[in-house]
Design a protein around this ligand. Structure first.
Ligand code: ZN
Length: 74
């Protein structure tokens, strides 16, 4: 993924939800988030809102970890 698509995701999140993300919104970008992490980039810097949600939401966290395992298993 190119850097400007990360910006697009960030903007999309910023436009739709200024503060807290919903689980639906997190799910929409979760695979990109996992992708960023799997490349060793700092997803908590690039997508801080998603990072914060994952810290506080066990459901999304579980989904995220499953995605990460799937990416790494490739
Ligand atoms: Zn959630």
């Amino acid at each position: 993924m190119k850097e400007n698509s990360i910006q697009k995701i960030s903007q999309m999140i910023a436009n739709t939800a200024p503060q807290e993300l919903t689980c639906d919104e997190v799910f929409q970008v979760l695979h990109q988030y996992a992708d960023i992490v799997s490349r060793g980039e700092d997803a908590s810097q690039l997508l801080p809102d998603v990072h914060r949600h994952l810290e506080s939401c066990p459901d999304c966290r579980e989904e995220y970890e499953a995605l990460l395992r799937a990416i790494k298993a490739k």
